[in-house]
Design a protein around this ligand. Sequence first.
Ligand code: PLP
Length: 411
Amino acid sequence: MKKLHLQTQLLHSDRLRGTEYAASHQPIHKSVQWGYARAQDIADTFQNKRSGFTYARGGNPTTAALEAQINALEDGIGTISFATGMSAISTVILALLKAGDHLVASQYLFGNTTSLFSTLAAHGISITYADVTDADKVKAAMQPNTRMVFLETIANPRTQVADLKGIGELCQHQGVLFVVDATMSTPALLRAKDYGASIVMNSLSKGLAGHGAALGGALTDTGLFDWSVYPNIFEGYRKGEAKNWGLLQLRKKGLRDIGGALSADSAQQIALGLETFFLRNERACQNAMTLANWLNAHPAVEKVDYPGLSEHPQHARASELFKGSYGTLLSFTVKDSVKHPFDVLDTLKIIMMSTHLGDNRTMALPVTQTIYAEMSAERRAEWGIADGLIRISVGIEQVDDLIDDLAQALA
Ligand SMILES: *Cc1c(COP(=O)(O)O)cnc(C)c1O
């Protein structure tokens, strides 16, 4: 059969992979343990000679069905799900780096990721932050002991777009793991594998699910990285084909030992959201473009950050990478002389004041005083985060209602 389009795969993958009674959805498997009739079978399962479930911390049929869907979206050789996106990020670092290793990270990272990385520094992993909009800056940050580059495709809140092509080529040339947090671009805008990503991280709590009713995260191995030359693979996992070593270590040392397992209930909720992901994303991206243009023309607005605007510093790159849409995140500042940003936010009626991203509902947030409140003023200034910055995660409402709401708040 001809390879199905991703939208079609998402809708039919459970049934076509085989569910009881040809049910359309993979059931929610609540068992913590699985019984075996033969000792040899349970032994072989533990020794990775046979596939199967043993204990739910390492996965269950419901999470496996979701993993297959994410894997198809990212065109990977395997995907592992986690309880949250942060759990996926901490696992990729803890399972694959060790004390003495060096990490080059984007200077424009999700706040909790930056906070996690500062914890890692205390565990002996040294980190250099670099401006990932320029591959040369990343190259300059590399050291002989650099093992990994970690970045986000579109940064939050100021929407800088990483030089994925340049950095992907650099990592490939240097034999360095390239870990891409693709949460903000989503597989609808871009496939990170096409730009050399070794591992793709997705928070499943955001646009992929859309409903904001479940947390989750995933790591996908794209199959591009040569694990046979990676020094941090434990001896016990250096068996069989080298292409599977990374996933094996991530599933055993990562998911199993660190223990951030996704629940079957959440896995099914996320899978339900995924069914409509492409449709919702298209609508939300259109709404975001309309709002960005509208805000940009508003006399009370100082500046709008959105990759779809021609004056955005990486607009040309975004057009090349994202195939016609520019994501669902934008931020803007209000002119000081006009209104305090808190007064604008307090006047919103439909747009929800909330910290989430990629939700079906549009959300607004004052950035400096919330998600960047733990960061020093100097660092915020370096990263271009103004005190009055308002972030908007654009949803799928009828856009006229959003414009009306912003119009009355800015009046
Ligand atoms: C939300 C988010 C995360 C963390 O995901 P959780 O599921 O909330 O733990 C990581 N990276 C980016 C870019 C995010 O937006």
